[in-house]
Design a protein around this ligand. Sequence first.
Ligand SMILES: Nc1nc2c(ncn2[C@@H]2O[C@H](COP(=O)(O)OP(=O)(O)OP(=O)(O)O)[C@@H](O)[C@H]2O)c(=O)[nH]1
Ligand SMILES: [Mg+2]
Length: 351
Amino acid sequence: MSQPAERPCGSRHGEQVSELPPHSSRADGAPTAAVELARRLAGKDTTAAPAALNIIEDRSPRGRAAAAALLGELARRRAAAGEAPIAEGIAVGVTGPPGAGKSTLLSALVAEWRKRGRTVALLAVDPSSRRSGGALLGDRARIQHDPNDRGVFIRSTAAAGRLGGLAPSTFDAVTAMRACFDVVVVETVGVGQSETDVEDVADVVVLVVQPGSGDVLQFLKAGIMEVPDILVVTKADLGAPARRARLDLEQALAALGVRDTPVLEVASLPPPRGIDALVAAVERRAASPDIDERRREGRRRAALREFRSEYGERALRALGGERAALAILAEQPETATVAELVETLALRCRS
Ligand SMILES: Nc1nc2c(ncn2[C@@H]2O[C@H](COP(=O)(O)OP(=O)(O)OP(=O)(O)O)[C@@H](O)[C@H]2O)c(=O)[nH]1
Ligand SMILES: [Mg+2]
């Protein structure tokens, strides 16, 4: 898919490269507004979310500088909080084939979370390519909620031509939203890469399947059964087919030796069923002690994915391959954003 640049790391695909080192652009005064947005997000002002995401999704050099300022400010606040860490929300990835019932399930989940007093940001990543002009955007974000409720924020993002993948900015968007909201959901359609991509940004991955769709065999073939932390069979109101799908999935997990992955049946249409059990399973997983390490690894993998897609395989080879690149990333400060990590790899590749 990606075309190698003339020189490895010479330029991003179709874009002028700023030769500035990643941190120097912060001094130009423009990111002041971004820092102010970070302050509002950290103060749990949910009305700052749309403007913050506009900055993070702006891939121009100026936008990148502002995003770095915003995320850098959040990271500094996190680091400064030290022993009394500021409360960070949990990131939940919800993925599954088209029509499996993800959006309907999310409507029910949002209602349940709000009932429990949690604020929720939902980022729906649209799979449509640039060519189709994001025609699906409206449909994917159709989550039922009270539009006047400031505790819920919903945003659709185009995956920028990466079929099945996440948008380039999704990782940083999740980082920013987590500073403000109790729960950050990333909804992706499970075609191809998205199941594994979503693992990079989510503390908890929920894979959604509907009964009787032959999904189980497809998942076994694709070898992704290890990715989800929780499996959900939707449309439990259909009765026997949902039960059968759950048993099939449980058998498949057992055959693969995957333990500790709950398989839950839910009905999302009123009257909802099994939603509270799902919320409890998500919270149990998010509370596990390996979450911090998982977030660190996820950030490195997201940066590597970004670098590969922006600069191509040849640039990655010039760095010494995937393992060498991950080793470079592991040396970077905890506060580095994905964009800064990508720039670090690019600079290393050019030097
Ligand atoms: N009977 C029943 N139907 C459901 C349930 N949940 C969703 N559906 C129906 O399944 C269809 C697809 O639901 P969506 O929530 O739009 O599915 P989705 O996975 O978000 O679809 P995409 O965003 O296109 O990938 C709709 O017609 C829903 O009404 C459920 O619990 N029971
Ligand atoms: Mg949907």
